[in-house]
Design a protein around this ligand. Structure first.
Ligand SMILES: [Zn+2]
Length: 474
């Protein structure tokens, strides 16, 4: 029996979807400077405890935010639970990503061995190796709190918009921080249809960056999918040279030269720091006294690229009103294939952010966007379905070895992705191997059809004049 993978149902027209929207960058300012010290103290203890549970949930146990507490802490029971639940979320995300990466490694290994056996391997290809992942390290204080520990209360008779009531290490002495919304926040928090203040979700996030505490609030909105099922399909191919390439031949956003140079400088700086760290470590310097290898420049660069990605995705949606989208589930392996030399940029630019951004844009606009299988989408010829690595003589060009179809490589890939939206047969393939077998069967079918066309009406002959079978026509 074939194992059936659970698939997320596609959003259909008229179906309501809920979207959680964040209201970010609300600065926490205390009337007196010492006031937020209690929050700093709390955050330190909270971060350490969360880290302990992250390590536990990533290694010895499956993530369970409801398990019995097992580490000593000065935090209250309620805070302890918040730390465990946050840790469970982080560990779950890490486990999922790791499992996907491991599966991709197995796929890549299988493909490599297939080529070895068949004697078709690229001489430059190396056997894929698996490197075990490190448990995530929490660096910046971040607290995802629920109403049991942090409450946003409306302010009566005061010049502030509200109060944030935070329970602290000092039992019975909550911290009260005044909240002031900017005009921008007020606009976000007002429902334009009713003019009323939106209902704010009870869970909030507190972040400390560069010495400043920030509050993030959220609200839930219902968006209805507006796209009819027969709306034109636009395929989106994701890459580095161009963030997005659509099946109608448009390109959006790119990792341009200046960005690349900044990335290179940052990488060199990190390498120097890492060398220094190793040296100091050998001399017996304790771990917490070692210089950190994460850099502020790197963080800024990541933010910058993310903004560029967001702009590109936004523009792509704006220019394709009335369409629906088919996009690829980006995998580490397919990205590796796409840009072997650009691994370092990949990490910094976080291209994995692109599919998330496509999904989010679709949901908030009520547009249908569907993930489709990406296996062989960059090697398959869109015209005759012939699959071959050699169809890609270089990064930009697609040139089919059989039918000669030539186009920009990303455009060919995005057309394949578009065609896969309504392709149930391909959707049911489980392994890469099955996908390839199906595509090659279709290629055989295409060859049959070409022969049929050639022996049929003479009007069509001109099209196939150069075909080897044209002499068959009597
Ligand atoms: Zn072809």
């Amino acid at each position: 029996m074939k194992a059936m993978k659970k698939r997320k149902k596609r959003a259909k027209k008229g179906e309501p979807q809920t979207v959680t929207k964040a209201v970010t960058h609300i600065r926490l300012e205390a009337a007196n400077p010492g006031k937020l010290a209690a929050l700093d103290q709390l955050a330190q203890v909270f971060l350490a405890l969360t880290q302990q549970y992250v390590a536990l949930f990533c290694t010895d146990e499956l993530p369970d935010g409801f398990r019995a507490p097992c580490f000593p802490t000065p935090l209250s029971e309620r805070w302890h639970r918040v730390a465990m639940q946050q840790a469970a979320g982080i560990a779950q995300a890490w486990r999922t990503k790791r499992a996907n990466a491991y599966q991709e490694y197995l796929d890549a290994l299988a493909e490599y061995q297939e080529h070895q056996t068949a004697g078709t391997s690229d001489p430059a290809a190396k056997e894929p190796k698996w490197r075990e992942w490190d448990v995530p390290t929490l660096r910046q204080p971040c607290i995802q709190a629920n109403a049991n520990v942090v409450k946003l209360e409306a302010a009566t008779e005061s010049s502030f918009d509200g109060w944030l009531k935070v329970s602290t290490l000092d039992k019975g002495t909550p911290l009260l921080v005044p909240i002031q919304f900017s005009d921008y926040h007020k606009e976000q928090l007002t429902d334009p249809k009713t003019g009323q203040r939106r209902k704010i979700n009870s869970s909030v996030t507190l972040n400390k960056r560069d010495g400043v505490w920030w509050l993030t609030l959220s609200y839930t909105e219902t968006v209805t999918v507006q796209t009819p099922p027969d709306a034109p399909v636009i395929g989106i191919d994701v890459g580095i040279a161009n963030f997005l390439t659509t099946s109608d031949g448009k390109q959006y956003g790119s990792f341009h030269r200046r960005l690349r140079e900044r990335q290179k400088r940052d990488r060199e700086k990190r390498r120097r720091k890492a060398r220094l760290r190793k040296c100091l470590e050998k001399q017996g310097v304790p771990k917490d006294k070692l210089p950190s290898t994460s850099s502020a420049t790197g963080q800024r660069l990541i933010r910058h690229v993310r903004q560029a990605i967001n702009r590109a995705v936004n523009l792509c949606f704006e220019e394709h009103e009335g369409c629906q989208f088919a996009y690829e589930q980006l995998s580490v392996a397919s990205m590796r294939h796409k840009a072997r030399a650009m691994n370092a940029y990949m990490r910094a630019s976080n291209l994995g952010h692109i599919p998330d951004q496509i999904a989010w844009n679709a949901t908030k606009r009520g547009v249908a966007a569907t993930k489709v299988k990406s296996a062989y989408s960059s090697q398959e010829c869109h015209v005759c379905h012939y699959v071959d690595r050699k169809n890609r003589p270089n990064q930009q060009t697609f040139c089919c070895q059989v039918c000669g179809h030539t186009t920009h490589a990303d455009v060919n890939a995005s057309r394949n992705l578009a065609a896969r939206l309504h392709d149930a047969e391909l959707r049911d393939c489980i392994t890469r191997h099955e996908v390839k077998a199906l595509l090659m069967r279709r290629h055989e079918q295409w060859k049959q059809n070409v022969r049929l066309v050639v022996v049929q009406p003479p009007v069509q002959l001109g099209l196939w004049a150069c075909s080897e079978t044209s002499t068959d026509v009597g």
